[in-house]
Design a protein around this ligand. Structure first.
Ligand code: ZN
Length: 449
């Protein structure tokens, strides 16, 4: 267990007390109860009856939860693993229940609600996955994560194996450590920390997630780690991408990073389609997912690599930018998502790319718009789509840092597909774009017509 640097400066002035080494059962004398607010303030996230998650008859004061969080934090840092339970008010609380109490307490404290915290029976995960870059998570984000954890537990009755953050994937163990530290900080300082440091979990942990089996006629793997997020948090994604055996697998992978899928028999032309390099262009994700549903059981000569969510985290929060930058303006910089996608295309002998977007002020283009370079091959490809779907074609030179610019430099034919994003019906625009993708693929793969 690596303890150095786990604390940010913000959390670091909290002196670590060395706990007695009794295994699991770490009890302290009674602590003073804080004045408790009326019952109605308790666990605001779960006031409705939830058939999946049942409350125990136990509830604890915020001070009790925080005192326990100090002991859990110390146990983790002294022993390099999670305790099996923590004793609160003479009761043994298992870690999955405790995680839910920690995230709820964190959210309640943020809203200055100090009512008792109800203990729910939460199933522990059987696996975990931790792949995080050392660094800080700001308060706004750890609050979002806490809400996400609560939603997940409320919806499934089970604590998550991992949760994605801007620093990468935080495993179950790291989540408990993180929220123990945040609540322990509050215990000492009477306020939430402005940020909390995270670093890779190096202690004992649950087994890694078993790999998802290959389903149907496609392969899926993670192309980029650390970009993951719950894309179904995006209301348009949630509403317009139906849950299927395919989308469920993709959403699951997208929690961890950028999934890439491979369709076709591997011979012939190689095309890469990507959507969502900008996370606020849901039409692109919806149209590509619809196309993947369309081809998922088809065998054809050729290869289609598909990236339905280039930066799932951005999609989850409907943000154009990634880490404060436009990811379609820094694809020339090594290590950025755009650069990694281009690298993959080059390494795999891709000779065509469809970069799928949506944007404002495009209502005039009722059949969509295609941006193409002045290369003859790009133009022919674009004109074919125009002849079948009626999409407008605009020729121009892409800017440095765009995927289309980098692809051009690698000699990869590239079209950028656009439809309206802000006006009209999302699904109708996504359907226009679906037709564009379909015809663009027909041009390369005769069997898909
Ligand atoms: Zn875009």
């Amino acid at each position: 267990m690596n303890i150095n640097g786990i604390y940010s400066a913000e959390v670091n002035d909290d002196i670590i007390t060395i706990e007695e080494e009794t295994d699991d059962l770490i009890t302290r004398g009674n602590i003073e109860n804080t004045k408790e607010e009326p019952e109605s303030y308790a666990n605001k996230q779960l006031q409705t009856n939830n058939p999946i998650l049942s409350p125990t008859s136990n509830s604890y004061s915020v001070a009790h939860v925080q005192d326990a969080s100090v002991r859990v934090r110390n146990f983790i840092e002294n022993r390099g693993r999670l305790p099996n339970f923590v004793t609160i008010n003479n009761r043994q609380v298992e870690m999955a229940d405790f995680l839910y109490m920690l995230s709820t307490t964190t959210l309640n404290l943020h809203e200055s609600q100090f009512g008792p915290i109800v203990q729910y029976s939460v199933m522990g995960p059987i696996s975990s996955f931790d792949q995080v870059d050392r660094g800080n998570i700001q308060r706004v984000e750890y609050l979002q994560l806490a809400q996400g954890i609560n939603d997940r537990i409320a919806g499934s009755g089970q604590a998550p194996s991992y949760f994605s953050s801007s620093r990468g994937v935080l495993g179950y163990e790291s989540l408990i450590h993180l929220y123990s530290r945040i609540n322990a900080f509050y215990f000492t300082h009477h306020r939430l920390p402005n940020f909390a440091n995270v670093s890779p979990w190096t202690g004992e942990k649950l087994p890694d997630i078993p790999p998802v089996p290959i389903v149907s006629d496609y392969k899926i793997e993670l192309l980029i780690l650390g970009t993951g997020g719950d894309v179904t948090k995006n209301p348009e994604i949630n509403e317009y991408i139906p849950l299927t055996s395919l989308s469920e697998v993709i959403f699951e992978y997208a929690m961890i990073g950028t999934p890439i899928l491979e369709f076709g028999d591997g011979d012939g032309e190689k095309l890469l389609i990507l959507a969502g390099i900008h996370g606020n262009e849901a039409e692109s994700n919806i149209s590509l997912m619809k196309y993947l549903e369309y081809i998922k059981d088809l065998n054809f000569q050729g290869t289609i690599y598909a990236i339905p969510f280039a930066i799932p985290y951005s999609t989850s929060i409907n943000s154009r930018n990634w880490k404060g930058q436009d990811p379609n303006r820094n694809a020339n910089i090594p290590g950025t998502p755009g650069w990694l996608i281009l690298q993959y295309a080059q390494d795999n002998g891709v000779s065509y790319i469809l970069d799928v977007h949506s944007g404002g002020d495009l209502t005039d283009y009722s059949h969509g718009l295609i941006y193409t370079s002045t290369s003859k091959e790009d133009l022919q490809w674009a004109n074919y789509i125009n002849s079948q779907v009626g999409s407008a074609v605009e020729q121009g030179s892409p800017h440095l840092g765009m995927i289309s610019f980098g692809a051009r430099e690698l000699g990869i034919n590239t079209l950028t597909l656009e439809v309206e994003r802000d006006l009209g019906c999302t699904l109708e625009w996504a359907n226009v774009q679906f037709e564009m993708i379909k015809v663009a693929c027909n041009y390369l793969f005769a069997e898909l017509i």
